[in-house]
Design a protein around this ligand. Structure first.
Ligand code: SF4
Length: 355
């Protein structure tokens, strides 16, 4: 595949250059793009607008970088579906669909594993294997839509991996998902969740995309945050907040902060006081999330309720979120639990987890 073009990852103008390079009329680019992103074609044979000869040429020159569904697990009572997706090289990632009334949200992955090693996160425990390509990222949406038979309205870059550590592929996938001649997703229905990669937040502020930003904060003080999120040693809370303020100044958008309540670690009154201080002057909302311990223990809901009350008493804007998908290992921080053995490490080309 190395000498073939991954056509699912081509933006409309790149598709035009590609098809004209094959000696085809430019209008063919629109036909191929619509078939890939509007009809979610996973094979060249589905491109019925093209002649048989053209399809043969396309198969020789290009491939469609779709992941395959290896496993699908449902938790009916929670309206949650978890997809285990196999990539072309045998690596696997997960995507989780959550249904709320007639609104669906799909949480998708951006990397196989992760470099950032947050202590409460199963993905962080896997180490880092590789970045996903743009087509592997948006392909998670298309395979889920095709399997379920209906459109998915909200996309969360909140699955395995740190999206801002795979910035270019993530941004490309957003441009492709929101292209009006393709899937046509509204940019405002996309949320990027970061653990506070400051250069990525600064870069995102300069883009013209109107996506929502969520920052995993999980502590009010550097001392506590550094113990559960090693990334805090590189980008401490002050630097993250400064980037968030700049982001808000440029975009005017409210920022969501995620706070997983780990009993005895980040739920003390000192954290509440520190949060009130660091959030002052920002337009924000905190999602309080019960900790989902790995290994099938029940989510720590009681402690999350108490912490949410303490935030309320301090006048901090928040919502206590229900844990979804925990019964199928699809809750926050649970993705890839028990799946580390399925990672295919790739010898010399592999990037190592530096953390
Ligand atoms: S929480 Fe996100 S950034 Fe942290 S280790 Fe898990 S996937 Fe990586």
């Amino acid at each position: 595949m190395a000498d073939k073009v991954d056509i699912l990852a081509l933006l409309p103008d790149e598709m035009r250059s590609f098809v004209t390079g094959l000696g085809w009329e430019p209008y063919r680019a629109n036909q191929v793009f619509k078939r890939l992103h509007g009809k979610m074609a996973s094979s060249v044979d589905e491109m019925v607008e093209l002649s048989a000869d053209m399809r043969t040429v396309l198969k020789e020159k290009a491939f469609i970088g779709y992941p395959q569904i290896a496993e699908r697990t449902s938790a009916q009572e929670e309206n949650t579906v978890k997809f285990l997706l196999r990539l072309f090289d045998g690596n696997e990632v997960e995507a989780v669909l959550m249904q709320y009334g007639n609104r669906d949200s799909l949480c998708i992955s951006s990397q196989v594993g992760c470099k950032l090693a947050c202590s409460f996160c199963a993905t962080g425990g896997m180490g880092f294997v590789r970045d996903l390509t743009a087509s592997e990222i948006l392909g998670q949406v298309y395979v889920a839509v095709k399997t379920l038979g209906h459109r998915i309205s909200n996309i969360l870059y909140m699955g395995m991996g740190e999206p801002l550590d795979n910035y270019d592929a993530v941004l490309r996938s957003i441009k492709l998902l929101t292209a009006p001649e393709g899937y046509g997703l509204s940019q405002r229905q996309i949320t990027i969740s970061t653990c506070g990669v400051v250069p990525g937040i600064e870069r995102l502020a300069k883009e013209s995309v109107q996506v929502r930003l969520a920052v995993s904060l999980h502590a009010g003080t550097n001392m506590v945050r550094s113990t559960i999120m090693p990334v805090n040693r590189m980008y401490p809370i002050g630097a993250v907040m400064q980037a968030c303020r700049q982001y808000q100044l440029k975009t005017g958008r409210r920022i969501t902060f995620e706070y997983t309540v780990i009993p005895g670690v980040n739920d003390g009154p000192d954290q509440v006081r520190a949060l009130a201080e660091v959030l002052r002057g920002l337009k924000y909302h905190i999602n309080v999330i019960p900790y989902n311990p790995p290994g099938g223990e029940k989510p720590k809901i009681r402690e999350a309720v108490s912490f949410a009350q303490a935030l309320g008493n301090a006048g901090i804007d928040h919502t206590l979120r229900r844990s979804r998908g925990t019964g199928i290992g699809g809750g926050c921080g649970q993705l890839a639990a028990g799946k580390a053995s399925r990672i295919k490490r790739q010898g010399s080309g592999q990037k190592e987890d530096k953390k």
